[in-house]
Design a protein around this ligand. Structure first.
Ligand code: NDP
Length: 299
């Protein structure tokens, strides 16, 4: 059996098209487009790439995009002052602080300065609390993307046994809560979990958010399962030439494709959905703040 590919490019394009239509409708109805601000501190190459893609996505969908680039040695107080100013700026609907921040800056203190109404990354205590309580709110983009992808295969996930491997605040925990909200029966696995392959084999829906290249093998996957691979791992690729690298997920993709019903690729999977869900959250935040109807239908 060869599984179906859950194509992040196609699903993300559909989300972007929805967002673009919503932004155009706002322009016509209110004379204003949602505004997304990104704060980037330091010169981490991966973060630079991510921020450039986010700017490009925002502009392509017709939003206003505003990036504040700060040097790696910017004092924490200055970063917090920027976040406070963006939180207070009425023209800005969403604020994203690109993580990780340089080591001398406490991420929690920076996030605490962010207006939860503009928390388009869903990382403030208020957003996390609302998710825990099952109240409407801004959800973290990566796990929200995982749910959208799984639902393209199985629109009703009710009753599915879901195993999330990873319990980070950014991915694992919110993914588990979001799949619980979809009425899955959820187990959360981590580095202390016993008999992890056996647990994974119980999953109708297996979500890998570990950060270990191809750790989940084909024989850990239940035949017919849906596999969502969040991992982004850079590994050597000697076949491409000396010193070359490539990106792989946390799942042994080719092996999983032999057993599963559907699998997300890496690259081309969850990463693209993370970007699309950020746009969706920005529309959602703009609507909630300004009392607009949300034609993009972001729940
Ligand atoms: P973290 O390092 O914060 O968390 C990793 C989790 O995996 C931890 O809960 C850890 O358990 C668990 N873990 C580590 N080793 C094992 C093991 N041997 N067996 C079982 N569990 C294990 O990573 P993130 O959650 O931030 O990211 C996970 C992956 O997703 C990374 O590859 C990251 O690059 C990628 N990512 C991708 C995004 C995208 O847009 N596609 C966005 C964000 C992240 P414990 O808690 O016990 O230590």
């Amino acid at each position: 059996m060869t599984a179906r590919l859950i194509d992040g490019a196609v699903i993300a394009a559909a989300v972007r098209a929805e967002v673009k239509a919503a932004v155009a409708a706002f322009g016509a109805a209110h004379g204003a487009a949602p505004g997304l601000a990104v704060v980037l501190v330091g010169d981490d190459p991966a973060s630079q790439v991510y921020v450039r893609s986010k700017e490009k996505d925002a502009i392509e969908t017709g939003m206003r995009s505003h990036t504040i680039r700060l040097g790696a040695d910017t004092p924490e107080a200055d970063v917090i002052a920027h976040v406070r100013a963006l939180s207070a700026d009425d023209a800005i609907d969403g604020v994203l602080v690109q993580l990780p921040l340089p080591k001398h800056i406490d991420e929690a203190r920076v996030l605490a300065a962010l207006d939860p109404a503009k928390d388009v990354d869903g990382l403030t205590e208020q957003s996390a609390g609302r998710l825990m309580l099952g109240k409407p709110g801004l959800r973290p983009c990566t796990p929200a993307g995982c749910v959208l992808m799984a639902k393209t295969v199985e629109p009703d996930l009710s009753g599915a046994r879901c195993v999330v491997v990873g319990r980070s605040i950014l991915v694992g925990k919110p993914a588990a809560l979001l799949f619980l909200q979809e009425n899955c029966t959820v187990s959360i696995a981590h580095s202390r979990t016993r008999d992890l392959p056996d647990l994974c084999r119980e999953a109708d829906l297996l979500v890998a958010a570990i950060g270990r290249p191809e750790m989940i093998r084909g024989d850990w996957v239940r035949p017919g399962a849906i596999v969502i691979d969040v991992g982004i791992n850079r590994v050597p690729a000697p076949d491409k030439g000396e010193g070359k690298t490539k990106i792989v997920g946390d799942v042994a993709f080719a092996e999983a494709m032999e057993v599963a019903r559907a699998v997300t690729p890496v690259p081309g999977g969850v990463g693209l959905m993370t970007r699309a869900c950020l746009l969706q959250n920005t529309v959602k935040a703009a609507c909630a703040r300004r009392g607009w109807n949300n034609p993009a239908g972001a729940a």
